[in-house]
Design a protein around this ligand. Structure first.
Ligand code: AMP
Length: 505
């Protein structure tokens, strides 16, 4: 097998050509059918004058066409640039220009945005994957057999824009080798296995994000499992889908589990599911416990990032789910927790997570800036500590640490305290400038539906649980918080949403 990620699809198709690969609405596609489609589109794309290394962007939802386009691009050496289909034209235009994209694939719901975005970019063509031009691309490649192309494993497969939770998006460069390595490392875990060929995997996480793309889809393709696609998360509809299609594994994000906890029938719908995982943002202990009570199933939590393709650690490594922990590093990845000066912290102390290994990216587009250091270590920006079992607990993002009178306050610690209060749905804590203390702690709290909370009640709750310097100086009760694609609170956007004045009181 060459290093091309599309070889996973070829191998699974060879193993069981007629088995169901993708179920999307009332349509079903076999492995052989998808493999043929991928070949035809790969040749067709090459015949359109696209060359290995050229960028193909996609403004597509979780559809069969997304999967075919992604693997076709990989098979002929193109670099896929998945974009969030909810973006506006000005947002897309910046990313197309930044990635110097040659072809943008759209669907009916994103066609106008795509065309508007590409209007000022003469080198960028726009094609709808349900249109005649795309069908022609397939026809021109049909019957030509697989594209003849040797892919170097170090070749670039993906440019993934990572907004982080603040700042301007940068595109992480992920090679075929890095994507494959993360899949291989996860597949080496067997107790329980993350995915096997008899699994039916729910893919509702957006595939334009690395977690949906390489962990949910990539793993399912490598294992030869069936993928049930859902283009949007609706708690009631997805539970019905899980029951109807006999889903056995769910790759999820905390907000999904939180919503399912509030959906009647969750226990029954989940009865046939053998493995649930959560990642992308912290899974509140309360949600872990509530979900276990309602379904009898515990959620495996993982931690990763776009730059590491993505999984770094998961409770699947020990095989024992543990509330509040993201488990241990994947065997095959090295992990160190370091202090400000780069030295390893004492056992049990929090330090910045540094990772080294085959799934780490090579830097940001286009010149590889911001990648691993000369020894191969990448500083994640996340702060974690290891408990007595060696299981990791994420404390916070390094740049989100709040300095109150020179003392470190980890927003996450405060959020956990507020989250544990009855009636709290979600909390976000950020630092705001303060004349007296340098920075002060500010909390935004969303009550559970139907609950009324006052800032005074929250302050009272914090006063017996947190040292004075950690207590929020301002507390605001709000209806909702802005989220990223995987459900992380987008702290960079809090300022836009709630104004720039210390978030009120
Ligand atoms: P992204 O590149 O969009 O996947 O975001 C990666 C970031 O998400 C990491 O650097 C962490 O800050 C955060 N993250 C991912 N998984 C978890 C988790 N299980 N718990 C807390 N934060 C997480």
């Amino acid at each position: 097998m060459t290093a091309n990620i599309a070889e996973f699809l070829r191998a699974s198709a060879a193993r069981h050509p007629d088995a169901a690969f993708v179920i999307s609405g009332d349509r079903q596609y076999s492995w052989a059918e998808a493999d043929r489609d991928v070949d035809a589109y790969a040749v067709g794309l090459a015949q359109r004058g696209l060359h290995p290394g050229d960028r193909v962007a996609m403004l597509l939802g979780n559809t069969y066409e997304f999967i075919v386009a992604y693997y076709a691009a990989a098979r002929c050496g193109l670099v896929t640039v998945p974009l969030n289909p909810a973006y506006t034209a000005p947002e897309v235009a910046v990313l197309l220009a930044d990635s110097d994209t040659r072809l943008l694939l759209v669907q009916p719901s994103t066609q106008t945005v795509g065309e508007d975005a590409a209007a000022a970019l003469p080198g960028c063509e726009v094609i709808s994957v349900v249109g005649s031009e795309w069908a022609r691309t397939r026809r021109s490649g049909e019957g030509a057999g697989p594209p003849q192309l040797a892919i170097d494993g170090e070749g670039l497969a993906l440019l993934l824009f990572t907004a982080g939770t603040s700042g301007r998006p940068k595109a992480a460069m992920l090679s075929h080798a890095a994507l494959r390595a993360n899949i291989d490392l996860l597949m080496s875990l067997t107790e329980p296995p993350a995915v096997v060929d008899s699994d039916v995997v729910l893919i509702v996480l957006p595939m334009f994000h690395v977690y949906g793309l390489n962990t949910a889809l990539g793993m399912a393709v490598a294992a030869g499992a069936t993928c049930v696609l859902s283009d949007r998360f609706d708690p009631v509809e997805t539970l019905a889908l899980i029951a109807r299609e006999r889903v056995t594994t769910v790759a999820g994000a905390p907000a999904m589990y939180q919503a399912w906890c509030r959906t009647p029938g969750v226990g029954q719908a989940m009865a046939g599911v053998r493995l649930l995982s959560s990642g992308g943002a912290p899974l509140p202990r309360r949600v872990f416990a509530e979900f276990a009570e309602l379904t009898g199933k515990e959620i495996f939590e993982g931690y990763g990032m776009t730059e590491t393709a993505p999984v770094i650690a998961t409770t699947l490594v020990s095989g024992v789910p543990k509330a509040g922990s993201v488990g241990r590093p994947l065997p095959g990845l090295e992990l160190r927790l370091v202090d400000e000066s780069g030295g390893e912290v004492d056992e049990g102390d929090p330090g910045e997570v540094c990772v080294r290994g085959p799934s780490v990216f090579r830097g940001y587009w286009p010149d590889g800036a911001g990648g691993p250091d000369a020894e191969g270590w990448f500083r994640s920006g996340d702060v974690a500590y290891a408990d007595e079992d060696g299981d990791l607990h994420l404390v916070d993002r390094r740049r989100e640490v709040i300095l109150v009178n020179g003392f470190n306050v980890y927003p996450r610690e405060i959020e956990l305290v507020i989250d544990a209060m009855d009636g709290v749905g979600e909390a976000a804590v950020v630092g705001v400038p303060d004349d007296a203390t340098g920075e002060a702690v500010s909390a935004l709290v969303v009550p559970l539906p139907g609950v009324t909370l006052t800032p005074e009640q929250i302050a009272e709750h914090c006063s017996t649980r947190l040292a004075r310097f950690k207590r929020p100086a301002t507390i605001r009760v709000v209806e909702a918080l802005p989220h990223s694609a995987t459900g992380k609170v987008a702290k960079g956007r809090l300022r836009d949403v709630y104004g720039d004045t210390g978030y009120g009181t």
